[in-house]
Design a protein around this ligand. Structure first.
Ligand SMILES: [Zn+2]
Length: 217
């Protein structure tokens, strides 16, 4: 059964609330970053193009049908294809957050970053919420090839890091996607703080133990 208009309006409010929270804490700047929520009818809510996440009007958030056609609100973010690529490969994901958050972007610019795992497993919560974070090569903003590159990784990863750009993070709910994005940004900060210090990360055995107990994110 599809959500009622009331339920969809609650989701609109939620996107605006989380958007403001992310913006107020400096996790996204200007009109960068976007948030989407999958709807039961196969469509999506998405933040509009050129919108500041700190000042979203819930009524103007874009609503798209299952074909991606705009049916309500302003035109969606120009990065809508990133979200679509993740959703297509992840039927279990209900919401996606994409930010240009500073520490995550910084990691995406490091010369020796491991493209299969940009940040090593430093903490248990990072392993449980983000897992193995792959690097997507750089493409010009709006290049559809970027969507294809994300599509190739999204089936196995709830989060990907776009080189010289930022993270795209999926979650079962919007709350879960926001928490995972925050965990990623804070762990990126830890990783940068530890550069050159030869940190003691978690062992493969400790990671395997967490995956066996809680599953992969
Ligand atoms: Zn972006």
């Amino acid at each position: 059964m599809s959500q009622s208009l009331h339920d969809i309006n609650v989701l609109r409010e939620q996107i605006a609330t989380y958007g403001k929270s992310l913006f107020d804490r400096g996790l996204t700047m200007g009109s960068s970053g976007n948030i989407s929520q999958r709807l039961d009818d196969g469509g999506w809510l998405m933040t509009p193009t050129n919108a500041c996440l700190g000042r979203l009007d819930p009524a103007r958030i874009s609503r798209l049908d299952a074909q991606g056609v705009l049916i309500d609100g302003d035109a969606p973010t120009k990065e809508h294809f990133l979200h679509r690529a993740m959703y297509d490969e992840r039927p279990q994901s209900g919401a996606i957050v994409h930010l240009h958050s500073t520490h995550s972007v910084a990691v995406s610019c490091l010369p020796d970053v491991n493209p299969c795992e940009c940040i090593p497993p430093l903490t248990a919560y990072y392993v449980m919420r983000v897992g193995k974070l792959p690097l997507v090569p750089y493409y010009m903003p709006g290049d559809p090839a970027l969507g294809d590159a994300v599509r190739g990784l999204a089936g196995k990863h709830c989060a990907v890091l776009l080189a010289n750009h930022g993270p795209v993070v999926a979650g079962k709910t919007l709350e879960a996607a926001v928490y995972a994005t925050e965990e990623l940004e804070e762990t990126a900060k830890l990783f940068l703080l530890l550069q050159g210090k030869n940190p003691r990360g978690m062992t493969p055995g400790q990671v395997a133990e967490l995956e066996a107990r809680f599953g992969r994110p």
